[in-house]
Design a protein around this ligand. Sequence first.
Ligand code: SF4
Ligand code: SF4
Ligand code: SF4
Ligand code: FES
Length: 963
Amino acid sequence: MINFFDPASDKSSDLGTPARDSEVQVSLSIDGRAITVPAGTSVMRAAAMLGTSIPKLCATDSLEAFGSCRMCMVEIEGMRGYPASCTTPVTEGMVVRTETPRLAGLRRNVMELYISDHPLDCLTCSANGNCELQTVAGQVGLREVRYGFDGANHLAEKKDVSNPYFDYEPSKCIVCSRCVRACEDIQGTFALTITGRGFESRVAAAGGDDFLSSECVSCGACVQACPTATLTEKSLVQLGQPERAVITTCAYCGVGCSFRAEMKGDQLVRMVPDKNGGANHGHACVKGRFAWGYATHPDRITKPMIRKRLEDPWQEVSWDEAVNYAASEFRRIQLKYGRDSIGGITSSRCTNEEAYLVQKLVRTAFGNNNVDTCARVCHSPTGYGLKQTLGESAGTQSFDSVMQADVVLVIGANPTDAHPVFGSQLKRRLRQGARLIVIDPRRIDLVDSPHARAELHLQLRPGTNVAMLNALAHVIVTEGLLAQRFIDARCETQDFARWREFVSLPDNAPEVLGPVCGVPAEQIRAAARLYATGGNAAIYYGLGVTEHSQGSTAVMGIANLAMATGNIGREGVGVNPLRGQNNVQGSCDMGSFPHELPGYRHISNEGVRAEFEQAWGVTLQPDPGLRIPNMFEAALDGSFKALYCQGEDIAQSDPNTQHVTAALHAMECVVVQDIFLNETAKFAHVFLPGSSFLEKDGTFTNAERRISRVRKVMEPLAGKADWEATVALANALGYPMNYQHPSQIMDEIARLTPTFHRVSYAEIDRHGSLQWPCNDAAPDGTPTMHIDQFVRGKGRFMLTGYVPTDEKVNSRYPLLLTTGRILSQYNVGAQTRRTSNVAWHDADRLELHPSDAESRGIRDGDWVGIGSRAGQTVLRAKVSTRVAPGVVYTTFHFPESGANVITTDNSDWATNCPEYKVTAVEVVKVFHPSEWQKRYQDFSDEQRRLLKERRTAEQPEKAEVRR
Ligand code: SF4
Ligand code: SF4
Ligand code: SF4
Ligand code: FES
């Protein structure tokens, strides 16, 4: 195992103040040694760069210097007094002394004051050995405290243990304000404040009596910044200081934060965001930093299991037996129903290497192209729309690019909840003065957050994105705001001319489409002018764009806007899909779609196929296989009979749940590979225990195409990593796979995928992470795409006629339901529901506007029934002005909520991505669960009973399923 641990922790490499980027270089002397640094660098940082550690308490290099503790005093020739080195910038020819008898005495005096109001329980303190106060006390040589401990002090102050993940022990607080500044500058929540003055100064969490009830979103930035044990992870208190650390990547969202997994033996003590992480620069959110307890939750299933019928109890078997049984079932079914009667689903939560192997297994061992991935239900329109217009199915920028943006347009995305670390970065840029346009049916947090608010919120009706984008384009074209030089040089002339003519039509004017969208025409005009003329303008979008019947059209509309205004091909601009799951970009890159081999190359391309046929030693089918919705249809028709589903919970995440479960029921062999008995596994015949991200090696690719290493920190609980299970299954099916380590799989991917040619574990380790394309033309990767020309050569404007969805409101279903995520929960909730994150969100709620609530006699907290053309469910109401009248909203993190019982089969015309974001519903006050919920509960109870009563491998005589 690679051991990246620096025994003194990240704090030892803390240079005290942030780096400065300046072309002007300044030379100075510190303790007689010369150094040259960029202008603006602090004396403290310059000294640290020379290896001289000036004592400090209130400074840390993740925060701007504050200058409150006075510990970092130095002597500077020609300057009076003892300036604080953290707040003093270097100047040319400066002569600095950091260690003199006078300075030593002054620092000891300051430290003495701190210690006189600090508990002397170092030996039993959780921070012992990793406390900056303790370190600095030693550094300044403090040996005694002359003032005694009898005077006024804070030693008896009460601990706040309300937050599930960290404690606040005010008696240890030195009021350095690092936590307050971290919450403001890094996280952007402004939840902390220093109350009182002088001796009375204390840290307080705003908006509540304690941390849990306050505005704190539990990102942990303050905990990381705290130099003492005042703010400490509970896990650290419980387990003690870690002994080693391994750099790995978060397995939650598409931001792809890098972490130091700090370990003690085989136990994970804490996750500390890595300062060198390219996507997160040392920040994290509540999920990645704290919600990792699911990985060792008692619900984990660690033994393979099989059963013949869904009514049978599970039977634990060996890996060999389970894999051989699955293989024999796949072969039996193919013999009986034909080659195409089986298929597989790759996971966007698993690694690139694992997704690659599953699609390879389907195309080789199954002999068909029936492979799909959960991107089908989220960002498949991104793949299609960006490929058509720009030539590559991926976002164009790095997250850091937003720091160069002057205008940010967020459409159909909720970054502070779904991509929190990027949300914090965006808010930082907004605080610096960038201007924000939000296009969303719901008043998301970004619309009005502390010190960052949207200049325009276009609160459009769900389902009208394309109308909105066309209206914006109309203004840009008809008001002469086009970037004509860019268009002439970079885009297809004829396509542009056709598009210009189309968007110029009076039918696309805001005055016509505004009423369709429910947004005043003037607001649309103002947004278009701001986007087109405000400087660098960047678009960030999410599932609120893609999960529509015109999802692909909307993506193309977004790309059209960027090309029309020249906002592409440099820092600060671009088209940025915010990918939901950790590896949704990667699973698509790896060839998980039925029509594409790795690297988005069409299966019908003979040359491409020949390349893979030679490498894989099989003949590939030239026609695309079944997409997930087609698999369900075919299952109900009786022609699709078996499925290998790795790390995906289609029974909960896909729309029209009853349709999905009927399809699963109709199959003869469902093989589920997961860490829990998820909703899909309740319909399974073979269960292969999965491994969490902590238990395997591999890579994830985030929303900025950044390939980062996932490193094993503990052995797989079930004995096999997911890739090993796929290898075993392929071999059992008679297709030889022989990989000893995931790095060999990546080597194969790199050989076969032009955009990955230079990717290897060694190269990733060398760079920290790599953004594809990474090949001979771009050996260090590609942070910004389409710089001199588009990947497809010339950018292509696509026509984007607005076609209203078939899902219409009427007197029976007068409201529109739209769905989304919440910060503390993740996707189907299988992981986060098994953590203390339920303290913030323990059930899905239905948000509805006070006027809709009142007209239905509904009050906050009431049970309400929601019915659509697809089904009914029951949730608790949350009356809120975040949604407009006529619109209701819910999350989908809890299976019993049945949010997808309501959503329909409507889907994107190009990719079949479901139209999750628009469902016509009615809401009424009720007192009982829905019929579906009762059936769900009975079935789930039965399946849990069958799991509980599973026969163990030690009872082979009871085995009923043998072949
Ligand atoms: S955990 Fe995050 S949001 Fe909460 S107080 Fe600390 S920095 Fe602020
Ligand atoms: S809680 Fe920690 S970071 Fe905050 S002021 Fe106190 S010692 Fe400083
Ligand atoms: S922002 Fe996303 S990747 Fe980063 S810690 Fe949170 S969940 Fe993990
Ligand atoms: S570290 Fe410079 S004043 Fe605190």
